[in-house]
Design a protein around this ligand. Sequence first.
Ligand SMILES: Cc1cc2nc3c(=O)[nH]c(=O)nc-3n(C[C@H](O)[C@H](O)[C@H](O)COP(=O)(O)OP(=O)(O)OC[C@H]3O[C@@H](n4cnc5c(N)ncnc54)[C@H](O)[C@@H]3O)c2cc1C
Length: 419
Amino acid sequence: MSTEMEDLDAFRARARAFATANLRPAKRRLTVGLLRNARTDEEELAEVAREREVQRMLFDADLAGICVPTTYGGQGLSPAHQRVLNEELSDREYPERFQSPTFAPILAVLLEFGSEEQKLRHVPAILKGDEIWMQFLSEPSGGSDVAAALTTAVRDGDEWVLNGSKVWTTGAWWSDWGLCLARTNWDVPKHRGLTVFLLPIDREGIEVHRIEMLNGSKEFCQEFLSDVRVPDADRVGEVDQGWTVGTRWMVHERMGKNSPFVTVPVGNTGTEGASTPVHAIAAKAGRTDDPRAQDLVGEAQMLELVGDALKRRVGKGIMTRTMSDQSSAVIRLFAGRAMVRKTTIAFDLAGATGAAWIDDDDDLVEVGNDYLMRQISCIGGGTTEMAANVISERVLGMPRERTLDKDVPFRDVPRVAPH
Ligand SMILES: Cc1cc2nc3c(=O)[nH]c(=O)nc-3n(C[C@H](O)[C@H](O)[C@H](O)COP(=O)(O)OP(=O)(O)OC[C@H]3O[C@@H](n4cnc5c(N)ncnc54)[C@H](O)[C@@H]3O)c2cc1C
């Protein structure tokens, strides 16, 4: 195989031909759509199956894992090639459920910290659409302070035995593997006693319970781990050094759609913000001449443009090492707040139809749902408050927040439900 990187124009032609011949038009949908009660389980499973199929088609066409090294089944190309693919997939279906968290942060973490054997086993399987991964991070005791994990792994010969509970994993019931942060040492301060493991979700001892939300959605899951046995070969990184992995894991998570491993078709409103562009909502609501509506449309457009520029600027800064990798928190904070504002603007523009609609209202029916779900963008993937902390403390070097558990063995840290 030639070591020369494929020319961008040739790559574009190849990607375009593939998309035209194989991919269906995109269905309009928000990421938070995963948490709507709009589909039956059968429909959800059929969508998951189709996304696995599309991922496999991309793999067979040498269009999967654009920035993943060829050794692990990827294309070994550049972020510029990934951007071209994003453009050529515009308004086409794509394997949305694979992007987060399977490609980023999990595939990124595997590439950075996985053993050679783990990478060879899992990365090609992910790229072929055979493995969908979930993050086993948040626990019932809290999600922001990830390093305070209570789920415990105890060594038993060549195996580990895991007990505890993880929660808020979206879609764990149709996923294959989990990347799990667990406590392996209670006698050292919290950040020094963690280890990361690979868990097949159907392993004996893992019970996946679906959480029913007020709107009827059952996509969020809670997992109960009872004496789950994990071979030491499925440990990622060194024992008790899980926070080294965890810190980078959070960076990759905050990069989100800006990660070079993620495919996000350009112009696919289903992934970027309100379900329908706000100018279209203003038009449907008959408000294009209304000066107040024009102000709101302008504001939404500004947020869109600033968000795009920020992603490019910070992404480049991190890649070229002119910015700290912790700067991914800037993108995360802006994206969360901008999403809330954009969905609020859409709701305002839609007028009464945003709150009560008939089927003929078509696109506008989603506006009220988007508005009700808007806060999700400030919570999922770590809260915007935590992103603000990272920016002040780790990017700008301001004093660290006062904590009472830093130098104390984790066992002695007071907690509501003692272990
Ligand atoms: C759509 C969605 C998908 C998700 N998917 C997953 C998943 O796949 N896997 C997974 O493990 N988790 C997942 N989560 C859970 C998510 O990571 C947590 O909800 C989030 O990290 C916050 O944790 P918490 O809900 O326990 O809130 P808490 O940690 O209890 O925080 C409560 C509030 O206090 C604030 N707060 C806490 N500490 C501080 C501080 N030091 N400074 C300032 N404010 C603070 C928080 O910002 C928040 O507003 C998902 C959540 C959502 C909404």
